[in-house]
Write a protein that binds this ligand. Structure first.
Ligand code: 1GP
Length: 240
């Protein structure tokens, strides 16, 4: 089964998914063996690879190494076209729907086409929505866009619905890596009630309770980067 159909099936069956986000810019290759061993023994279902500010070729190297160490699906979550690796399994083909910068709505995607044509990557069209989270995050800085106001539930929900109507296969609510506040539960549940496609939520989630709250509110998949980077004991805590 391809990766999207698996996510869709999990959503329909009510099985929750958890992704670890590895940022090639921050991750030390020498720690890969130990880190991925923890990932393999945990409840994590997907490995996302990507970041807002990543040097050329770093992603390709990282994907090659991680692929040797795990059977989990490797999904690119690219901040730029330079982060496309043919050795991953799938790519979230992101369009930044919360912003009004044409570069991140359509231009990067056009640039990506000739690169994607050289790969077998499963391309998953994803509406990416950045939500204000208490500080200026890297996504905001790099894309030069404003996040949506976290209290404007209608604007966020309508943006997500517009993404679905445009044909996106996933909606990703993003507070930004290292966010002070995660996406509010009322935002997640409002979006969930409005769309039929799977819903991913990430940014600023650091505790088991926050993960559970996101799932209860309606997230089908939660993505965590910083908490695993900073505290590998967190893998253990999630088992209980
Ligand atoms: C994934 O950007 C997030 O959507 C990851 O955020 O690093 O705060 O977990 P954290």
């Amino acid at each position: 089964m391809n990766i999207y159909n698996h996510i869709l099936q999990a959503k329909n069956d009510g099985n929750k998914l958890l992704a670890v986000l590895i940022d090639p810019d921050k991750f030390q290759l020498k720690n890969a063996l130990q880190f991925i061993d923890k990932v393999n023994k945990s409840i994590i279902t997907h490995i996302f690879i990507g970041g807002s500010e990543v040097g050329q070729n770093v992603t390709q190297q990282l994907v090659e190494v991680i692929k040797m160490l795990t059977d989990l699906p490797i999904v690119l979550f690219p901040g730029d076209v330079t982060q496309i690796s043919k050795d991953a399994d799938a790519i979230l083909f992101l369009s930044l729907l919360s912003g009004r910068n044409p570069d991140y709505l359509i231009d990067k995607q056009v640039q990506a086409v000739p690169l994607l044509e050289k790969t077998q990557l499963e391309v998953i069209s994803t509406g990416y929505i950045l939500i204000e989270s208490g500080k200026t995050t890297a996504v905001q800085r790099v894309t030069n866009t404003l996040p949506l106001n976290r209290t404007d539930v209608d604007a966020i929900t309508n943006t997500a619905k517009a993404g679905e109507l445009l044909g996106k296969k996933l909606i990703y609510l993003e507070a930004g890596s290292g966010a002070t506040y995660e996406v509010p539960a009322e935002v997640i549940s409002s979006v969930k009630n409005k769309i039929d496609i799977p819903l991913i939520v990430g940014g600023g989630i650091r505790t088991k309770t926050q993960i559970e709250n996101a799932f209860i509110a309606g997230a089908d998949m939660v993505v965590i980067g910083t908490a695993f980077e900073e505290d590998q004991q967190f893998f253990e805590q999630l088992k209980h």
